[in-house]
Design a protein around this ligand. Structure first.
Ligand code: NAD
Length: 337
């Protein structure tokens, strides 16, 4: 069993830990947190050895009654791979520590592509991470876009992507984020940074993106126009996307009219934390007119990158090839709605 340490145990880190623990070929050797809050309680209840992410917080954990296995340096020494899910920017500071310890590491979407050997999306470029020591799993929105572009490229060619990303103001636990009652072009400058981020996975792709921020916490919504290299029918597109394990084509019969019902559906299915690891594409919205594809998809920002982190671990360590890794991950988590 490959020993995986999780440095940063918040929204992403705690989900990565549970996903790793569910795999047959890897185990969580510990998680590091910066504060002794309810997340630390959750880690202990799940049986993960708890480490203090910062040396100066050791006493705070002890005073709160937690038994620590050590600090993040100890966790790094204990790990065969580290998944860094610390707040944006801290992953970049941590990378030299992983390198010095000779431990391969994965950082998350906020970190710069320049710092790693490759940015990663399992469906699109698994092989680029094979044997790499530093990999970045791209952000939730870039993951959602890459999962679409890959099958479209393979089957029809993609001339140009135009995407408007309607983004949640914050995650449900980010009580300080907004807007509360507004709609913000974010960023106002066009195009947004999301298109160039997709280019870290598809360097040749022509893509422009615009962003908006709205008072919502549940999911992001993408409104997409994609010029294809040929002119398939809308039905053919529905079938193609329906055959992708990490794309859920929402059927008309489900009467799911928005992100609230999507998350309720996930809870009804018994998904942990109501997570939706798949892109959620409304089948009815998939429309092709004169080789241009129009569609809406919702992206669960807290969870779509989780299976990607698991696959990145296998790619870097050679535990499995792309097809096998994605199959094992999907089966272990129950992905594929
Ligand atoms: P978060 O704030 O929920 O969690 C961060 C965790 O890191 C917390 O447990 C905190 O205690 C810990 N931490 C703080 N300082 C640390 C340090 N010095 N070393 C190690 N850990 C430290 O953040 P998040 O939302 O999970 O985001 C983590 C990364 O994942 C970011 O790069 C973010 O851009 C990316 N990401 C977030 C989302 C999302 O929607 N939340 C989606 C995709 C990618």
């Amino acid at each position: 069993m490959l020993k995986v340490g999780i440095n940063g145990y918040g929204t992403i880190g705690k989900r990565v830990a549970d996903a790793v623990a569910a795999q047959p070929d890897m185990t969580v050797c510990g998680v590091a947190k910066a504060s002794p809050d309810f997340g630390a309680d959750g880690a202990v209840r799940r049986g993960y050895p708890l480490y203090s992410a910062r040396d100066d917080r050791v006493n705070a954990f002890r005073e709160a009654g937690y038994e620590l296995a050590g600090t993040s340096d100890d966790l790094i020494a204990e790990s065969e791979v580290v998944v860094d899910a610390a707040p944006g920017g801290i992953g970049a500071e941590n990378l030299p520590r992983y390198e010095a310890a000779g431990v391969p590491a994965i950082v998350q979407g906020k970190e710069s592509d320049d710092l790693v050997e490759t940015s990663f999306n399992a469906r699109a470029n698994f092989e680029d991470a094979e044997g790499a020591d530093a990999v970045r799993v791209v952000s939730c929105n870039t993951t959602g876009l890459s999962r679409l572009v890959a099958p479209l490229e393979e089957n029809y060619g993609v001339e140009k992507v135009r995407a408007t990303l309607v983004r949640r103001g914050g995650d449900p636990d980010q009580t300080g984020r907004g807007p509360i009652n507004d709609i913000l072009p974010d960023p106002i400058a066009v195009p947004s940074h999301h298109g160039p981020d997709v280019n870290t996975i598809f360097p040749e792709l022509s893509i422009d993106t615009m962003g908006l921020k709205v008072p919502a916490t549940l999911m992001h919504m993408h409104s997409l126009n994609i010029e294809l290299g040929s002119d398939p029918s809308s039905e053919e597109l529905r079938e193609l996307l329906g055959g992708e394990s990490r794309v859920f084509v929402v059927g008309d019969d489900f009467s799911i009219d928005g992100t609230g019902k999507l998350r309720e559906f996930a809870r009804d299915r018994g998904r942990p934390r109501g997570d939706l690891w798949e892109n959620c594409v409304w089948g009815e919205s998939i429309t092709v007119k004169d080789s241009e594809l129009y569609m809406f998809q919702a992206i669960h920002q807290e969870s779509d990158v989780i299976p990607e982190n698991v696959d990145a671990i296998r790619a870097m360590t050679g535990l499995a090839d792309k097809e096998e890794s994605m199959r094992i991950t999907d089966e272990a988590l129950g992905i594929g709605l």
